[in-house]
Design a protein around this ligand. Sequence first.
Ligand SMILES: [Zn+2]
Length: 452
Amino acid sequence: MIEQVKQYAKTHRDAHLNALDQFLRIESVSTDPTHQEAMTSAASFVRDYLRGIGFDTARIEETAKHPLVFAEYVKDPALKTVLIYGHYDVQPADPYELWTSEPFEPTVREGRLYARGASDDKGQVFMHLVALEAMMKTTGELPLNVKICIEGEEEIGSENLYQRLREKKDQFDADFAIVSDSGMVAEDQPTILYGLKGFTGLEFTVTGPNNDLHSGLYGGAVRNPLMAMSHLLASMKDTDEIVKVEGFYEDVEPLTEFERQLMQAAPSENYQTTLNIPETVSEKGYSAVEHTMGRPTLEVNGLFGGYQGEGTKTIIPEKATAKLTCRLVPGQDPEKIQQLLVDHIESHTPTGVRVTIKREPLSAKAYKVDPDHPLIVQASQSYEKAFNKTAVFVRMGGSIPVVEWIDDIFKIPVVLLGFGTPSDRLHSPNESFPLKNFDLGIETLIDFYMNV
Ligand SMILES: [Zn+2]
């Protein structure tokens, strides 16, 4: 039966690409208030498409800003329920002059579909709609219970979705979730993303005298805030890339030998060549790929103070400021880590200066699902069947807030099945998506839904 379902997608490919073309023409730029009407059109497109393929319950739900589309299909309450998440909003398209073809006039060149949203995320959302349609039209039903949530605020922080998920827990609750809003590590390389890092940060200022001072008259009597800042920062991480903040590694879930093998097996960027650096550095005892994927980091993101102009200005500056963020791994609690940073800064501030700390209010916990979880194993098998290549398993240094929220609110695994490629130019001019991945991705999703 699976073969017939896959055949349906092949037979109706032109109609599907035409529908996707219509979807991509809608200028649903969520950050731009002048595009309000387009937001409603894009939501309506998704709702109408869902109704057309048999989701009678598909509806638009208003939020404080942009609407979300929700639909539900209950086959048998005893069966598993999947929550499919995606977003119909896109990033602004400017600068327009850098696009080879118009961002909202989809164009195919050399096997790639060029348009804003082709990869992030309209194209990938639409693949799920096609997979559902193919199963419905071929077999008359779906193999499991399905809930669909396609929001319009992902590119502006998903604030209203977060509220909605918490308030209407029962409505969105499922046995597992699937998100196709990420990519593969290389073109044609099936990639299972099974972990994301968390995040916390702060900004702090070291203040000395009440104004910049003459370094000849006061040097020797006054602590220099820039020097004090340098000592403080140096006390936080050593040259072996080991974080020296007390307790920082206390709750870190250790990398298993199995995971380290998975990470080593994944193709990775040649940093020396692509970034023009003399060599990579990573936490002592871990390779660069292990550290980026599976170990926490502490980075200075900004550092300023003192004279920045041409030539010399002989001063002891009044103050120095640093911005710090940490990427966290499973086990670490963002609030606890932030507190450890505060404690470290306060207890290591040299004498003669004062320190003020501004805590970054945004934070996220890391997310991870076991790479040998049955859902993940099924996803990798479906992926491999379609792409005819062994899947690789990776964790990512970045965060996808909605994944953390689903994990936190519903305590369910999230399958991250992304079909984008490193050449898609997300958020940039000339965004595109390979049509080959459109076809093979739909096959992957059909196979996954019918076997899971
Ligand atoms: Zn996206």
